[in-house]
Write a protein that binds this ligand. Structure first.
Ligand SMILES: Nc1ncnc2c1ncn2[C@@H]1O[C@H](COP(=O)(O)OP(=O)(O)OP(=O)(O)O)[C@@H](O)[C@H]1O
Ligand SMILES: [Mg+2]
Length: 231
């Protein structure tokens, strides 16, 4: 459903993404692993059209999206939860979600009840300002906001970063539920190995902008971990 081929990206003179090929099938749950600074966020932002690429092609649901704007990609069904969450701190939970609704293709302007089923805390705290939520609650809001657009694939960039363990578990359950019950494809960037193992079916390892290894999660062995992931 999402295909990247031969993606090269530069920041100024620095070659950040090198000939990246990646394919996410419908209903797949894939985790991108890699140490700090290897280009994971740059890859996610490239998929969203937030940074320009030098060469390569991207298709989504059979359409070439390489030249599409971020908004067009979002409307086509690519949901994105950025690293650091980036919710609006001064707006309430409800306002954050409603703002996202404006991006829907259909005329639905009501927050889908599914969002509150998945994250009851967002209903409970609907009048609270985003900035007054805990880190974990903000992350749930950021995921809820992406789901408001009814995506076909959800990209998440380190959703467990700086979050208390019980909410990490909850987020893991929600991702599996979305994947299994609704068939949502998920492409996740994650540095916490136990979480990645629990949630994802497949892994992709990046190092200095290259994809070095990939496979079924049970093929992620000690050698790969030592070589590419331990700090
Ligand atoms: N806007 C930018 N301008 C110039 N260089 C950048 C920019 N953003 C990132 N970089 C550089 O590109 C490289 C990849 O960064 P990126 O944020 O994609 O890594 P990452 O794998 O997401 O890291 P982390 O695990 O710390 O989030 C790094 O060397 C970083 O310093
Ligand atoms: Mg990053």
């Amino acid at each position: 459903m999402l295909e990247l081929s031969g993606i090269n990206q530069y920041y100024g003179g620095s070659h950040i993404l090198s000939d990246v090929h990646l394919s996410v099938g419908a209903g797949e749950l894939i985790c991108i692993l890699g140490r700090n600074g290897v280009g994971k966020t740059t890859l996610m932002r490239s998929i969203m059209g937030m940074v320009g690429i030098k060469s390569g092609a991207m298709t989504f649901a059979g359409q070439t999206i390489t030249q599409h704007t971020t908004e067009q990609r979002a409307r086509a069904g690519i949901g994105f939860v950025p690293q650091g969450r980036e919710i609006f701190p001064l707006l309430t939970v409800e306002e954050n979600l409603k703002l996202a609704l404006a991006g829907r293709r259909d005329k639905i302007r009501k927050i889908p009840s599914q969002i509150h089923d998945l994250f009851p805390v967002l209903l409970e705290m609907r009048h609270r300002r985003g900035g007054d939520l805990s880190g974990g609650q903000q992350q749930q809001l950021a995921i809820g906001r992406a789901l408001v657009l009814d995506p076909k694939i959800l990209l998440l960039d380190e959703p467990t970063e700086g979050i208390q363990p019980n909410i990490v578990v909850e987020i893991g359950h929600v991702l599996r539920r979305l994947n299994q019950e609704l068939g949502l494809a998920v492409l996740l960037v994650e540095q916490k190995l136990p979480f990645a193992r629990q949630v994802a079916d497949r892994f992709v390892i990046m190092e200095r902008g290259h994809i070095q290894a990939s496979g079924a999660m049970d093929q992620l062995n000690e050698e790969l971990i030592q070589r590419y992931l331990t700090v």
